[in-house]
Design a protein around this ligand. Sequence first.
Ligand code: SAM
Length: 280
Amino acid sequence: MTAIDSLPPLREVIASHGLSARKSLGQNFLLDLNLTAKIARQAGDLSECDVLEIGPGPGGLTRGLLSEGARRVVAVEKDSRCLPALEEIAAAYPGRLEILQGDALEIDPLQHLTPPIRVAANLPYNVGTELLVRWLTPKDWPPYWQSLTLMFQREVAERIVAAPGSKAYGRLAILSQWRSEARIVLSLPPGAFTPPPKVSSAVIHVTALPEPRFPADPQVLSRVVAAAFNQRRKMLRAALKGVAPDIEDRLMAAGIKPTDRAETVSLEAFCALARAVAAG
Ligand code: SAM
């Protein structure tokens, strides 16, 4: 399928609906429909899926998702100025686009979606990171979503896929890699957006694994990793002092040297440590 639809070019849509970009809402729009179709294709075969899109704005990625064959798209947008433009897309794709107006951090869109569900979004960085953490830490696993295809600042995308030993390695890498597979699938220069942001961007694709790679209690793992990386330059025996009084023994039980720093500890070793801490 192609990105061609019967709707006007996005520049016209933005002009006719007065959608000047607002910095406070992190609005950097994608206007090239070939590019938004390319991003939509990174989300996989959408023909049997409902897609949850967060922050559709004037609808560039929405149009990409629909023209690439998404069964249905449910789009959550905070800025009410975008609704008329989105309604025009809904009219061009009857029964396939539902628009929910509100803050994605507050709305629960689940009742509007039928599985299988994939998520796609080009979001402001702070909202995107918060939502990513929520998507990665649901109460039950596997989660309701099969995959997440998300635009981030390049630097954040690198933190998501980082390996031990690199500066980018931290809580986001552990959360993203423990029960999921995370990859950078596209890189975009600032000029791909209107207006251009200051930094480069990247699209990550995350697929949920049926089981965690290594067993661990999610809450204990989360607590250990947060404490370890909160003071990432300290030795683990100091950084984790508050986690358990006999933390040195537990580190050793997990095969980790108490003098190591969080940055060098593998995901597998963090899971072993979470088990050693949970063993009480
Ligand atoms: N998806 C469009 C595109 O690619 O051109 C717009 C991307 S723009 C970077 C981010 C969009 O997210 C804007 O439309 C903005 O209004 C919306 N947004 C910002 N914060 C939001 C929130 N908390 N909930 C829902 N949408 C939000």
